[in-house]
Every structure is written in C-alpha cells, then in structure tokens.
Design a protein around this ligand. Structure first.
Ligand code: AMP
Length: 417
C-alpha cells in the first residue's frame, strides 16, 4: 500500500531514499550544477526533522565497473552542506550493514554509486562482441538471479522506502522499482516525485481547457510517440523547431536545407490527419529565420517557411510565426512545452525560444498552468532565467518524455501498485 511522506511516522525509522544525484562534475570533480541535489533536499530534510534517519542511494554517470571517476564520494561534502548535517559515506553499497545499523535519528548515510554493480540496471556486462545468443541469454539470466540478492541487501538497511528520483523513474532498475516489493506497506514518493507526477497529471489527466502543447526540438523521430499521444489529448498543437520542417515538406512546402526526415513524412501526414479528425488545431511555422550555414554569425534571412531558398536552412521561428503562436498560448489555460523552437544554443537563433519562454511566463501570470518538461526546453528556460516564472519545470528528461508519451513509468507503478 502506498504511503504519503507527509503522513508517515518516521520516528526512529530508517528510510532508504533513491535520489537522482547524477550531477555534472568538472575535471577537478567539482559539481558544476547542483540542481538535482537541491531538489532532493526537502524530502531528506523532512525525514530527518521527523525523527528518522536516511540512507541515500543514487547513481552517477554510466560506469560499467567500479571506477573512482564516478564515485559519489566527490559529492559527500556538498550534500552535507545542503542537508545541514555531516553525511557519512559507505564506499560499497552492498557492504553498508554496520553503518546503516548504527544510524541514529537525524543522521544520514550516502551509499556509493549503485551502478558500480551490474545488478542495479540488471543488464549483463563484459560480454564479448562475438557472444552467441545462448551466451547472452545465460549472462542475462545470471545478472537477473544475482539482482535479487542485490535488492534484498539494499532493502535490509531500512524500515521504509522513498523514491524521489524522477530522472530515473522510467527505468525498472533495482533501486527505482524492484526494491519497492520489500516495503509493501512502507513505500512512498518523495516531494520531488510527487511534484512531477502532479505536474504530469495537471496536463494529461485533468487539464483546464484549452490545452496547448508546444513541441519543438530537432527530430520528429525522437518525438513521434509524444506527438501521437498528444494529438488525441490537446486542443492546440504547436509544432516548431527542426522537426517542424518535416511537416512543412509533407504538405508540399520547399524547405531548402532545413533539417527534415523524409522517411517520417507518412507519420507527419498521419498526425495531421488525426488532428483534423479530432478537431485539434495544428499550428506550424509561417515564417522562418534562415541561415546559410549552421553558425551563429551566418547571414540571416526571413522566408515563408514553405518557400525557403535552396541554399538556406531554417534555424529559428520568425516574428510572424511567434506572433501567431503567442495568441494561441495566451488564450490557453494549460500549456505543455517540450523542445526549443530554434537552434537556441546559437544566441543569434535563440530569439524564438526566448519568446516562447516569455509567452509562457505571461500566460502563467495570467493564471494558466504551464509545464516545461523533457529535454532542451528545460535547459533553455533555465538558462534564460524563466524557470521560476512558469508553473513547473521538470527535472526528468527521458522520464518526462515517456510520461508525455502516455507510458506508465516503472518507478511510479512500483509505489502505486
Ligand atoms: P530535442 O532534444 O529533441 O528537444 O532537440 C533540441 C535540439 O533541437 C537543440 O539542440 C536545438 O538546437 C535543435 N533545433 C531546434 N530547432 C532547430 C532547427 N531549426 N534546426 C536544427 N536544429 C534545431
């Protein structure tokens, strides 16, 4: 049975908490962005303040074996600073029995990187390139078998389990999903997970209408499932960024050198047909800012998006397009934004994406619910200083994308189920 962190009695209890401390480190192993650490603090502090202790577990990077480069020891001091108590460190997540047993209320222990063990992901490692299917199958069975012991050991440290790692909620890993089985009556979401799930539900389950999705980014192929799911749910669908040109071409437009995927033209046409059938308004780009090469200082010219000269490449949304999209955004009560509408990494082609961030901020001020989630639009709103001017900015790229695709996330199902 699912518990709720605000109602659970942590007095004298040890909570094992899965967080996402997969933070970027520089060559001196200094944290260059501690957002993920800070976002997990309310949950950890809540347990400590309620008379419990915490055993914190996370992955860092993608190590394929024990590798000091990916050790969580690099972040212990910073976590201690954020938490306000000295955090102890267990250098092997499978040998922390004594340290966990000795924890007193108010104390915290951080386990070493879970992915030092293949059992965390449940995928075999070290297979030879020429491994036969039989060998692959045997290796998979072996790691699955030892995964049970791995999970059991982690679970043995604690009285309750909290999942606050939304960034890995789309993975059915030992610490994100399987461990929940050991706490049938003592499992719950942390505040960050609760917030993310609520944000998704606000858009996909009980949105105030009109509901508008703005989908940008580079490729249709990476957002196909997103588009197909949303087209059945939203009132308005704005399709921008590099992926928009495939839709323009599908309708017979001339797109010059703009990014496009010919093989996805049938899918684009299908999405447009579904939208028409369901009465969903689709807004594509009307005019485009194009460049002659993929370079910040390349000369710029504005074209009708369906009539771009052969040697020009569409790289941002032009003012006429932005004006038309703004009207839709400001008339909406709920807005989901995923993916930049231009090459925002090049400052001269970031105006469109900046304008969308401003429009969302204005819509939020006017009372709309706005969610920015999944991928580069999160980086864009954060870099541009708009993160606190929208209703919610998701921390989980892949997880948010899968949620918008309409999939059930294993990390969520494990707690609810
Ligand atoms: P995604 O990860 O799918 O959200 O895609 C983000 C990427 O899309 C960013 O790196 C943008 O530079 C890129 N992008 C957006 N608009 C365009 C465009 N018109 N041409 C090429 N790339 C684009």
């Amino acid at each position: 049975m699912q518990q709720f962190i605000d109602k659970y009695d942590f007095t004298g209890k040890k909570a094992i908490v899965r967080v996402d401390f997969n933070v970027p480190l520089n060559e001196k192993f200094e944290i260059t962005d501690d957002t993920r650490i800070r976002r997990a603090m309310p949950t950890l502090k809540k347990v400590l303040a309620s008379g419990g202790s915490v055993i914190i577990m996370s992955h860092l990077g993608r190590p394929k074996k024990v590798d000091p480069t990916f050790s969580l020891k690099h972040i212990v001091d910073h976590v201690s600073e954020c938490l306000g108590v000295p955090v102890q460190f267990a250098p092997d997540c499978q040998k922390a029995d004594e340290q966990a047993a000795a924890l007193k209320p108010g104390e915290a222990l951080l386990l070493e990187n879970l992915r030092f063990y293949a059992e965390e992901e449940g995928k075999p490692r070290g297979l030879k390139d020429d491994a036969t299917d039989e060998e692959k199958k045997a290796a998979k069975a072996a790691v699955k078998a030892s995964q049970k012991e791995f999970v059991k050991k982690l679970a043995s440290y604690a009285d309750c389990y909290i999942n606050d790692a939304f960034g890995t909620a789309h993975r059915a890993h030992a610490s994100t999903a399987l461990i929940a089985d050991y706490f049938p009556n003592d499992k719950m979401f942390g505040y960050l997970m609760e917030g993310e799930i609520k944000a998704i539900d606000n858009v996909l389950k009980h949105a105030e209408r009109p509901l508008t999705a703005i989908i940008g980014g580079s490729k249709v192929s990476s957002k196909l499932a997103v588009l197909k799911n949303l087209v059945g749910k939203v009132d308005n669908l704005i399709i921008g960024g590099g992926m928009g040109y495939t839709f323009i071409k599908a309708q017979g437009g001339k797109i010059g050198l703009s990014l496009h995927e010919d093989e996805l033209i049938p899918d684009a046409l299908e999405i447009l047909a579904t939208a028409k059938e369901k009465g969903v308004n689709v807004y594509l780009s009307i005019e485009t800012v194009a460049g002659q090469k993929f370079d910040n200082d390349t000369p710029q010219r504005i074209f009708k998006t369906n009539d771009i000269a052969d040697d020009w490449e569409g790289m941002d949304a032009a003012p006429v397009t932005l004006e038309s999209w703004k009207k839709v955004i400001l008339a909406s009560k709920t807005i989901l934004w995923n993916g930049p509408v231009g090459v925002f990494e090049l400052p001269n082609f970031a105006k469109g994406t900046l304008q969308i961030a401003e429009d969302l901020a204005e819509a939020t001020r006017n009372g709309a619910y706005t969610l920015v989630g999944g991928g580069d639009s999160v980086a864009a709103v954060t870099q541009m200083g708009y993160a606190d001017k929208v209703s919610y900015v998701s921390t989980g790229g892949g997880a948010m994308l899968e949620a918008i695709e309409g999939k059930e996330l294993p990390g969520v199902a494990a707690i609810r189920g």
